[in-house]
Design a protein around this ligand. Structure first.
Ligand SMILES: Nc1ncnc2c1ncn2[C@@H]1O[C@H](COP(=O)(O)OP(=O)(O)O)[C@@H](O)[C@H]1O
Ligand SMILES: [Mg+2]
Length: 246
């Protein structure tokens, strides 16, 4: 099958980020990365190898130190030059792209403690001014959260809260969901169940998903494409460099 350019959602070439603190320097290099619409991507690696750094660059939260080229296709056919947007300090434009096209699931949910579960799930829609159309109830049902909709987050278990976070990430029907260790704070049995529920839901909706995890175990059977990465440290441990490509 011939590949049409509109099927690519991310295309990065020679993108890098360097972060230093207290005499320690970390560098992430991405010589080449291409992600297609509907792909399910996993970035698996030990703590500190740069997973969040990469995800935050893909979510336009973190500005790369160097950009050879970085293009993003939000809607079919429209190519956006993310490198140019950063160079021109278009933070608002980048934030708007993120809100419209992405859902983000964080390790500890990131729920707002004073909003009930319905409103927490609905938040991504509300920020875009989307009307209630039953999507939140439907997601809650799929996620087994229906009876919790009127509760506050602290009345829920950790696993239930993570399912709320997944609901929020999907509620505005984004093209992409980025999940940074979404099941790291729940027990392995719950983690496996939540991960397969999550991947099933994005698959059904043809959403592109990028998951970071320090453990491959729970994800292996779910058919994700694993990005290759290699980390090396200098002898004195002050310099760490990770190269990711895929
Ligand atoms: N805000 C920051 N400033 C400086 N260094 C940072 C910052 N955030 C993370 N780092 C460093 O970058 C490296 C990679 O971090 P991160 O991407 O969070 O790894 P992971 O998500 O794989 O655990 C770590 O060595 C960390 O110390
Ligand atoms: Mg991380």
């Amino acid at each position: 099958m011939q590949e049409s350019p509109s099927e690519i959602i991310y295309q990065l070439k020679d993108v890098a980020k360097t972060r230093s603190s207290n005499g320690y320097t970390f560098g992430l290099r991405v010589p080449s990365l291409r992600i297609h619409r509907g792909e399910k991507i996993a970035l698996i690696g030990e703590s500190g190898c740069g997973k969040s750094t990469l995800l935050d660059m893909l979510a336009f939260i973190l500005q790369p130190s160097d950009i050879g080229s970085f293009s993003f296709h939000g809607d079919r056919g429209s190519e956006i030059d993310i490198g140019l947007a950063w160079r021109k300090h278009k933070r608002n434009r980048l934030a708007a792209l993120r809100k419209a096209h992405m859902g983000y699931v964080m390790q500890t949910g990131g729920l707002l403690p004073y909003l009930d579960i319905y409103d927490n799930i609905n938040l991504s829609r509300q920020m875009l001014g989307m009307k209630d159309d039953g999507t939140v109830e439907l997601l809650a049902k799929e996620l087994g959260l229906t009876r919790h909709l009127k509760k506050l987050p602290d009345a829920l278990s950790t696993g239930e809260r993570q399912r709320v976070a997944i609901g929020r990430a999907l509620a505005h029907q984004p093209a992409i969901v980025i999940a940074d260790e979404p099941t790291a704070s729940v027990d392995p049995f719950a983690a496996e169940k939540i991960m397969s529920l999550f991947i099933g839901m994005v698959e059904e909706r043809n959403i592109t998903v990028i998951v970071a995890s320090h453990a491959w175990r729970h994800i292996k059977q779910l058919g994700l494409r694993r990005l290759a990465h290699h980390t090396r440290r200098s002898a004195d441990g002050r310099l760490t460099e990770t190269v990711v490509s895929g």
